[in-house]
Design a binder for this molecule. Structure first.
Ligand code: ADP
Ligand code: MG
Length: 235
């Protein structure tokens, strides 16, 4: 787990509370949470090289400590199928970000595996309750969380029983078990992810907030497509 400490220490040294997506994904991957494969490209040529290494289609995303919501500034391009699309997306992303936020520090572009269409999108999060400590959240992505606030919470550390209950108690649970001829999602993998988030935030109290949003859930396995971690810079 040394990599995790290293990333956290480096960010704190630089007085950065928001970790880059590449940093957040490296941390959760160290804890065994499934993430899309990725590489950090600093030039357009590197982006093409990594796209070829990862395999098409790929996704390109801005890496900047000044951009928290990447798609809001045109910083995410998905389903890129060949070298030309990668080159164009690279330039477009840099231009879009410059247009929205001219002073944004641009570290590079994250090249990642394109995650196929899931059965469902889910979210696993953590916020600190001032009284009880880290509270883990689970919910379905999109309108289920934003409109219906259909989420469940438990205080970490969690048992497997807690994690399973968090999943089954949301109102939209039937979507995960397969309705209208759809396949059920891999509930065990979601339990696994929730437990690993619990372990990570328990071991690292420097983590103030965590947001895996979305996680793509499949009939076999799941993939974390976007990850945000915010550190507390005090203490
Ligand atoms: N690797 C990927 N594979 C497939 N779709 C992706 C991938 N990365 C992002 N997306 C899609 O693009 C959306 C926005 O990307 P995300 O990384 O979540 O950016 P934001 O910072 O705007 O939240 C995601 O919600 C998802 O639908
Ligand atoms: Mg996101």
């Amino acid at each position: 787990m040394n990599k995790v400490k290293e990333i956290i220490e480096k960010a704190r040294m630089e007085n950065r509370a928001y970790l880059l997506e590449s940093e957040a994904k490296t941390i959760i991957r160290e804890y065994g949470i499934p993430v899309t494969r990725f590489e950090v490209a600093r030039t357009v040529d590197e982006a093409v090289e990594y796209a070829e290494k990862i395999g098409y289609p790929v996704v390109l995303k801005i890496i900047s400590p000044d951009v928290i919501h990447k798609s809001d500034v045109g910083g995410v391009m998905i389903n890129l199928k060949d070298e030309n699309e990668v080159k164009k997306a690279y330039e477009d992303i840099i231009n879009n970000v410059r247009k929205h936020k001219s002073d944004a520090r641009i570290i590079g572009v994250l090249v990642q595996e394109y995650a196929p269409e899931p059965i469902a999108e889910v979210i696993v999060g953590m916020t600190k309750d001032p009284q009880f400590g880290p509270a883990i959240m689970f919910g379905l992505g999109g309108i289920f969380v934003e409109v219906f606030k259909d989420v469940s919470f438990r205080i970490a550390p969690l048992t497997e029983y807690d994690a399973r209950e968090m999943i089954t108690e949301i109102k939209s649970y039937p979507i995960l078990t397969g309705i209208r001829g759809r396949k059920p999602v891999d509930i065990n993998e979601l339990v696994n992810i929730i437990l690993k988030v619990s372990k990570l935030v328990t071991k690292h109290p420097e983590i103030d907030q965590l947001d895996l949003n979305p996680i793509f859930a499949y009939d076999k396995g799941a993939l974390t497509v976007d990850a945000r971690i915010i550190l507390s810079l005090s203490s």
